[in-house]
Design a protein around this ligand. Sequence first.
Ligand code: NAD
Ligand code: MG
Length: 398
Amino acid sequence: MNNVTVLGATGSIGTSTLDVIRRNPDRYRLFAATARSNVSRMLDIVAEFHPEAAVMLEEKAAAELRELLAGRGLKTEVLSGSEALSAVASGDETDSVMSAIVGAAGLKPTLAAITTGKTVYLANKESLIMSGHIFVDAARRYKSRIVPVDSEHNAIFQCLPEKEQNRIGHCDLREAGITKLVLTGSGGPFRDRDIATLAEVTPEEAVSHPNWSMGRKISVDSATMMNKGFEFIEAKWLFNADPGDIEVIVHPESVIHSMVRYRDGSVLAEIGVPDMRTPIARAMAWPDRIDSGAEALDFTKLGGLTFRAPDFNRYPCLKLAIDACNTSQALTTAVNAANEVAVQAFLDGRLRFTDIYTVAAKTADFFTLAPADSLEDVLNIDLAARSRAFSLLGNLGR
Ligand code: NAD
Ligand code: MG
């Protein structure tokens, strides 16, 4: 029995993970679930899965949950605060951790799981983007297995030889005969929209992804393609790739989830319907296969598969993140922090869509040469970049 802690259990990935657990009760037990503040959703989770512990980031939410659980005679222990997130991620009874908090808040609990040698199913790409080599070095040192959940990286994982699957974070792509990792991306909801009108798009338009159903932050990141830029950085670290080994292609149908090119001309792809339960089930069951609930792909209904080169005029955030990846860890950390601030401001109606790029680029500039060798360094850059991004909002805000 695999005792799983789900960080970010009330979110989009959390909900899909719980569905995979629900379908495979002989293999998985929910040990602990965490959330920021959604008490009613957490109440449903506890009532269904009876985990040992539930953590709410906010104590007010935890108190409310405790009262509701007592009223129903449910025995799950309720904890609160960010230290408790790390405690359930690293506790002895946890075998594996689904890292599915959104944003930088996922870093500390994910690292807590890694430094206690847990198997980590990684959805929270921001933690890896912020900390890069610190993250993968810790995984090697503490013998923690990282299994990619992000659909592109999970697809690449599936196309790798077993030897490389066993050393995520420290692959040797040359030895495996790999020449390129090909990341596909749909191009988001604005891939055909007149670029001149992008400044006016609304949050509701930006979160309406054509193919995937996801949380609001990653949906905006998909619309700017900052998400694909982050995935470029994520691929560099997960697969120990040089930036020159990674290619980005716009593939509007989202059927091919990513590919691997080999030196003999073979290209391996993982394809399927866009449903995150597939990569989640692949990550959790590896090397076995289990039911995920995803529909079978119906080839006769696919009109066709199309591809385009990404247009950096339409997606300047994609270029910004790739350039950051080519430059320094400090830059990727700063871009991640500034983007988080800018996306939240956009979702709150305080910033234009196109100024997400402006905030991220103007913040990043400042940090190119900052040292980013330790966890303390990257947390300092994260804080300083947030504060700089906030100050830029004042000038750009609507
Ligand atoms: P979401 O917004 O739907 O859920 C986020 C979860 O994190 C919620 O449970 C929320 O309570 C919790 N949370 C938010 N802020 C927190 C904080 N400060 N402290 C503790 N918990 C907090 O997000 P999502 O779409 O499920 O994405 C989660 C992560 O997975 C992100 O890093 C995203 O990039 C990645 N990811 C998501 C998808 C997808 O299809 N949704 C695909 C690939 C990768
Ligand atoms: Mg992805």
